[in-house]
Design a protein around this ligand. Structure first.
Ligand code: HEM
Ligand code: HEM
Length: 232
């Protein structure tokens, strides 16, 4: 049997990032419910999600070709050209994120980042507080608490749209996007060899993960202000 020729498009660190992000968002949601008694774990899962996003932001500058922000930044020109090409028999095709998809990618990364950062200032008015709760003015803290409690729905809406779009491209447009975000590879019938990447820069990704883990530890443990607690 002839094996279909494939080209590597998504590097391994990006794929691991994606599926760990899916797991951590699910876990953040599950542990955030006060009735589960898991809110302590919610903080740890939240720090992990924050670490993932920080990793992805830096990977957007030093990662491989299709992971770099500069190569899929959604300018108005690119978005309109892409939408207009729908009328043509051969619409524009992208090896990495298409301009509409990249708009959604930036939106999701920003909303998840805001959700995780605002969590650092949270206070549930019972026992659980983020490490920076009480360390800023109360009006700013109110804004962060508002974002954390309400931003989640916006984030969920963006994720739902993302999944619907992926399923649409998969089913209707017959583009195998889901297997690509698992294996990293796309068929040579739809992407050219010149668009593929040679390797995943794994050594660099490991080094970056260590730096990011160190930064998160510094942020939430070493640098966190000690809040005085009063017991009555
Ligand atoms: C909590 C749920 C999810 C979140 C937060 C999420 C987030 C993301 C993000 C941020 C990216 C961009 C990757 C990057 O360049 O950094 C992405 C891409 C992608 N995701 Fe998800 N995702 C979720 C669930 C899913 C699910 C369930 C599927 C499969 C059904 C999926 C399929 C994909 C695919 C195929 C891409 C690549 C899109 C493209 O080819 O342009 N995602 N996702
Ligand atoms: C992407 C990561 C995160 C997600 C998706 C997330 C999501 C949520 C959700 C949905 C709630 C319930 C809000 C409500 O009661 O309506 C919640 C509550 C909470 N979160 Fe997060 N969170 C994240 C990260 C964090 C982080 C990093 C911290 C702190 C370090 C944190 C601290 C809290 C606390 C203390 C509550 C309880 C607040 C309350 O219900 O009064 N979260 N989070």
């Amino acid at each position: 049997m002839n094996k279909e020729k494939m080209h590597l498009i998504w590097d391994l660190p990006l794929r691991i990032f994606h599926w760990l992000l899916v797991l951590s968002i699910g876990a953040s949601w599950y542990t955030s419910n006060q009735d589960n008694g898991l809110i302590e774990y919610h903080l740890w899962v939240g720090y992990f999600a924050l670490g993932l996003i920080v990793f992805r932001i830096l990977w957007g500058f030093i990662g491989t070709r299709h992971s770099k922000f500069i190569n899929f930044f959604p300018s108005l020109k690119k978005i309109t050209a892409y939408i207009q090409s729908f009328k043509q028999a051969e619409p524009l095709h992208y090896a990495g994120h298409n301009p509409l998809g990249s708009l959604m990618v930036f939106f999701m990364l920003i909303t998840i980042f805001l959700q995780a950062v605002s969590g650092l200032f949270m206070d549930d008015d019972i026992f659980t507080t983020g490490p920076y709760s009480g360390s800023i003015s109360s009006s700013l803290e109110t804004v962060f608490i508002y974002i954390h409690r309400n931003g989640f729905n916006l984030m969920l809406a963006a994720i739902a749209l993302h999944i619907c779009a992926v399923v649409f491209y998969e089913r209707v447009k017959k583009q195998a996007l889901i297997s690509a975000i698992i294996t990293g590879k796309k068929s040579a019938k739809i992407v050219n060899k010149k668009d593929s990447i040679n390797h995943s820069k794994i050594g660099l990704a490991i080094l970056l993960s260590i730096v990011v883990a160190g930064f998160i530890y510094w942020l939430v443990v070493l640098n966190a202000p000690v809040i005085e607690e009063y017991y009555y």
